[in-house]
Design a binder for this molecule. Structure first.
Ligand code: AR6
Length: 220
């Protein structure tokens, strides 16, 4: 099964169609006006037809369980052969391969932190770096559409809501910096369960408010 981009609504269209999103009580310039570039999706990331899907890998880049295992199984054995040439990846960094049998064009492999291995602040810094490095990689390869799994929230034990908040904030801050939003068509946050999707749906309007609300209240 392949899921095309036009089958996945943007946050902005979700706001107008299904959500009655009240204006957040405190709006500031640090809230990101990019709801039309973001989507939430519940499903298997290996089915998404985008320029790049992100793999939540480990430092070896030689495969594993969770989303990493699913991506290697669906892409086929040529992926592992290419990964062997990459000499691993540091936590918080990202490297790109072809996507082989997947409907996406590329796989951006990143490594999130093991939550319990260091302090919360250090884990958050590394998680943010994993999102930012993946987006920088997308720019580098000239891609415009990308899908992320919830990095570090499975085997690596990062509490989901803390990870989702950091992910949304880092994506917003990346879009704002260097006019990156001009190069992006869509960033999909792919959740593997309805429960995770609902948590993102609850958090998203705070950081990415409905556009008309932003225009009405925001100070530039
Ligand atoms: N599509 C989308 N999301 C998925 C899929 C899928 N097919 N499968 C799992 N998830 P995890 P981590 C979600 O454990 O915590 C591997 O062994 C899952 O529900 O895959 O970063 C690596 O080799 C969770 O929300 O990654 C590393 O050793 C999220 O993906 C280690 O796990 C991440 O869960 C990395 O751990």
């Amino acid at each position: 099964m392949v899921t095309k981009l036009n089958a996945i609504p943007t946050l902005a269209s979700l706001y107008t169609s299904t959500l009655s999103s009240p204006a957040p009580s405190t709006l500031s310039a640090s809230i990101y006006p990019f709801a039309s570039l973001l989507s939430l999706h519940c499903g298997d990331i290996t089915t998404l037809s985008v320029d790049a899907i992100v793999n939540a890998a480990n430092n070896s880049l030689l495969g594993g369980g969770g989303v990493d295992g699913a991506i290697h199984r669906a892409a086929g054995p040529s992926l592992l052969s290419e990964c062997r040439t990459l000499n691993g990846c540091e936590t918080g960094s990202a490297k790109t391969t072809s996507a082989y049998n997947l409907p996406s064009k590329h796989i951006i492999h990143t490594v999130g932190p093991v939550y319990k291995s260091s302090s919360h602040d250090e884990s958050e810094r590394l998680l943010r770096s994993a999102y930012r490095s993946s987006l920088d990689e997308l720019n580098r390869i000239g891609g415009k559409t990308i899908a992320f799994p919830s990095i570090s929230t499975g085997v690596y034990g990062y509490p989901f809501e803390k990870a989702a908040t950091a992910a949304l904030d880092e994506i917003g801050s990346w879009l704002e910096s260097n006019n990156n939003h001009k190069n992006i068509e869509r960033i999909i946050l792919c959740c593997f369960s309805q429960k995770d999707y609902d948590k993102y749906l609850h958090l998203a309007p705070t950081l990415f408010p409905p556009q008309d609300v932003f225009n009405q209240y925001a100070v530039s």
